[in-house]
Ligand binder design. Structure first.
Ligand code: KIV
Length: 329
């Protein structure tokens, strides 16, 4: 167990504390004002807190966690219970950003009522403020809005359709398919989707949809003309163990940082360089003198063989005396 403190007072005043809470209506307002929406994924308390404190507007607990956190080949295996578990952790770390939970594959594909029931769990049990679903599921979006569950759509390269698409391929490359995307986006917006993620589509198509749509678009691999941008946190900081996709920009190298920290720690342990005396707890001087494991008392410092023989080093009376003193405070 770590005794490290995680309380809010432990950090310097984060940017998020001085900014108002982000809500679904606030996203619409940002589009109206032409203010870009910043979004990132997060999957646990610590990263959610960092992302929120940096002032990111929207945090998606993406089903990409199946790949970047759980090590699966694609996003399909992650379950509702696993997504709930991670969403709860993220919710606990967030103060200002809008927390959006990704509905995993299979949790809304069977029927609209099953989709609504699962979505309600994310709001009720995990603290999500909206859910995201993939594909042009207009009827489901309508039912979610009816059930007071804010919803964000996701069109274009939708990773849950990997088998149908035959891989992760850019979508909307022809006029017909781009027009289909535009009409799907409009249908979702009309049904009540509060925003739409556009993933893996040509810049021109994303720009045209963004300009025409009444709700914000949030792009990933969709060029700079969307109302906002989202990236996977692990892509941003190089924690994916794979070459980045074309649209990823690495803003840091956590992989190098973690690797060097862990290697350095291992070397220090192997060379008895960690922990130091200053990193150790100490008995008060009086108790130290009495305590029989003190190498000055036992002679273990001069005679290391004595330390190997418990009878030679354990002074039970002194130890009990010290324990009593400690218990009494
Ligand atoms: O699961 C995910 O991370 C996503 C996005 C990055 C849009 O769906």
């Amino acid at each position: 167990m770590s005794l490290t403190e995680f309380s809010a007072s432990a950090s310097l005043a984060p940017r998020s504390l001085s900014l108002p809470k982000v809500t679904m209506p606030a996203l619409a307002e940002m589009k109206r004002q032409g203010k870009p929406i910043s979004a990132l994924t997060a999957y646990d308390y610590a990263t959610a807190r960092l992302v929120d404190e940096a002032g990111i507007d929207l945090i998606l607990v993406g089903d990409s966690l199946a790949m970047v956190v759980l090590g699966y080949e694609n996003t399909l295996a992650v379950t509702v219970d696993e997504m709930l578990h991670h969403t709860r952790a993220v919710h606990r770390g967030v103060h200002r950003a809008l927390v959006v939970a990704d509905m995993p594959f299979g949790s809304y594909h069977g029927s609209v009522s099953e989709g609504v029931a699962n979505a309600v769990r994310f709001i009720k049990e995990a603290g999500a403020e909206a859910v995201k679903i993939e594909g042009p599921r207009v009827e489901l979006v309508r039912a979610l809005v009816e059930a007071e569950v804010p919803v964000i759509g996701h069109l274009g390269l939708t990773p849950q359709s990997v088998h149908r698409m035959g891989g992760y391929r850019v979508q909307g490359r022809t006029v017909d398919s781009a027009m289909q995307l535009q009409s799907d986006a409009f249908a979702l917006a009309r049904a009540g989707a509060g925003a739409i993620v556009l993933e893996g589509i040509p810049r021109e198509a994303a720009g045209a949809i963004t300009a025409a749509l009444p709700v914000p678009t949030i792009g990933i691999g969709a060029g700079p003309d969307c109302d906002g941008q989202i990236l996977v946190f692990h892509d941003l900081v190089n924690l994916t163990f794979a070459p980045p996709a074309k649209f990823v920009r690495r803003y840091g190298d956590a992989s190098a940082l973690f690797r060097s920290a862990v290697e350095h720690y291992r070397e220090d342990v192997e060379h008895h360089a960690f922990p130091s005396d200053a990193e150790s707890y100490h008995l008060p001087e009086s108790a130290r003198q009495l305590f029989s494991l003190d190498p000055d008392v036992t002679g273990a410092r001069d005679n290391p063989d004595a330390a190997a023989n418990p009878d030679a080093v354990v002074n039970v009376d002194a130890r009990e005396e010290m324990a009593e003193e400690t218990n009494q405070g």
